[in-house]
Design a protein around this ligand. Structure first.
Ligand code: SF4
Ligand code: SF4
Length: 442
């Protein structure tokens, strides 16, 4: 018998899709069933047994009232850390005591999100015991998200995580958020650099920035091993690291012929469930190349590599015939963000190509130059992308010491005016017009 009537919330169980409401109900049932067992084992639940029932109850009330019943109740956290815990209190604690406190803890996921089953059992046991048992694997930042606990449990949980599980919290608030990467070289032939290593090394290097909020606002790093962008870094991180190559796509002409002849299935057979008819290389690959830099000549595939924009389409379609180049590294893009203050923005290219090799000093230098500028000039709650819009991409180039290159230009300029800086014009703006003209004719 449910503790609260929740007719509106229950509608979210209809339809063919997985439903978080069904999952919360399952967890509620499991929790009630296991309560006695936990008590007998001397480990009674540390937060109310009906936390999940009250969670659904408060959600129903929010739907009825058309407003949230969660409130911020000041800062909660663990000693020495400024982030990693997101405080939530319910404004109806008498009616829903199980969720009077319902804090979230962010746990730093391992690079590539690899776990042992033993680790997963440990974290679930901990969360059943000291939390609601509800988790989100994974939050959009990448962390393991542990949903719902009480303030007095926070230090206990943190102690178990750090001392028994060798596990750190992630970032929250105005700090470096937990860096996230794709599984990269560990499983993927398209990886142009070791995403997991770079993610790990930067996480270790910037522990202070991760745990002690000192930034104007949040800052995210994400690492994609190639332009397929499995962690969508170009749209979801202030600084996005995308693997690329600067030599040529490697072509195996025999394999190209095998695709054309039908011996090899395109897209590695990923669409085998449907018959798409015979593979047509012209229609499915060459015509879809965004820079139109491919052609067939006497049955051989030719690529004009200097025009290739590394979109990955041809490589994804014919992975046995086409491979990423050998001279690999990454591109750095900056300024992507979701539409919180200003509109949503994708990252802009800052570094077209850089080698990604330990100890990554060049990459760290770029990061720190950007941070110095943003911490000095950024307004409260201004993301890097907004600062770039406000002060200009040129300013970003100056502070990072990166020389302008054609790849920085989105489109040819619309007007003929050229802005000269005073120091670039000997004698300043008041100078003789003749000299000024001479300068333009150089
Ligand atoms: Fe592989 Fe590229 Fe996806 Fe990383 S982003 S997992 S390298 S396809
Ligand atoms: Fe064309 Fe994209 Fe292939 Fe480059 S990677 S050759 S742009 S389809």
């Amino acid at each position: 018998m449910p503790k609260h009537e929740t007719p509106m919330v229950d509608q979210l169980e209809s339809g063919p899709w997985p439903s978080f409401v069904s999952e919360i109900k399952r967890q509620s049932e499991a929790r009630h069933q296991k309560a006695k067992e936990m008590e007998e084992a001397g480990k009674p639940y540390q937060i109310p047994v009906d936390v999940c029932d009250d969670l659904l109850g408060v959600l129903e009330m929010s739907f009825k009232d058309g407003t949230t019943h969660w409130k911020h109740g000041g800062i909660v956290g663990v000693f020495g850390y400024g982030g990693g815990v997101i405080g939530r209190y319910c404004d109806q604690p008498e009616m829903f005591p199980g969720v009077a406190h319902f804090h979230t803890m962010r746990v730093n996921q391992p690079a590539g999100k690899y776990y042992t089953t033993e680790y997963l059992r440990q974290i679930c046991d901990l969360w059943d015991f000291r939390g609601s048992g509800l988790t989100n694997m994974h939050g959009s930042t990448g962390d393991i998200v542990l949903l719902g606990t009480r303030t007095e449990q926070l230090e206990e949980i943190f102690g178990t995580l750090t001392h028994e599980m060798d596990q750190d919290l992630g970032g929250s608030g105005s700090n470096l958020r937990t860096p996230a990467c794709c599984l990269g070289e560990s499983r993927c032939e398209f990886a142009c650099y070791d995403t997991q290593e770079l993610c790990y090394q930067l996480t270790m290097e910037y522990q202070d920035e991760l745990h002690r909020p000192a930034f104007p606002y949040k800052f995210k790093f994400k690492f994609d091993g190639c332009p397929n962008g499995c962690v969508a870094s170009i749209a979801r991180s202030d600084m996005s690291f995308i693997g690329t190559w600067r030599d040529e796509i490697r072509i195996d002409q025999e394999a190209v012929a095998a695709y054309i002849g039908g011996e090899l299935k395109p897209n590695a057979g990923a669409h085998a469930s449907r018959d798409w008819g015979p593979f047509d290389i012209q229609k499915e690959v060459i015509d879809l190349c965004p820079s139109q830099c491919m052609r067939l000549e006497d049955g051989k595939l030719i690529i004009d590599n200097k025009e290739c924009v590394r979109c990955m389409h041809c490589i994804n379609t014919m992975p046995r015939a086409l491979r990423i180049g050998n001279d690999r590294g990454l591109s750095i893009l900056v300024g992507a963000k979701a539409p919180i203050l200003d509109g949503a923005q994708m990252g802009s290219l800052l570094v077209p190509f850089i080698k990604a090799e330990p100890p990554y000093d060049e990459i760290k230098e770029i990061i720190e130059n950007i941070w110095d500028w943003w911490m000095e000039e950024g307004k409260n709650r201004e993301r890097l992308g907004e600062l770039i819009k406000r002060q200009g991409f040129q300013k970003l180039l100056e502070v990072t010491g990166i020389k302008p290159v054609p790849q920085h230009v989105q489109e040819p300029r619309h007007n003929p005016y050229i802005f000269w800086k005073e120091e670039e014009v000997p004698g300043g703006w008041q100078r003789d017009i003749k000299e000024f003209r001479k300068l333009h004719q150089r």
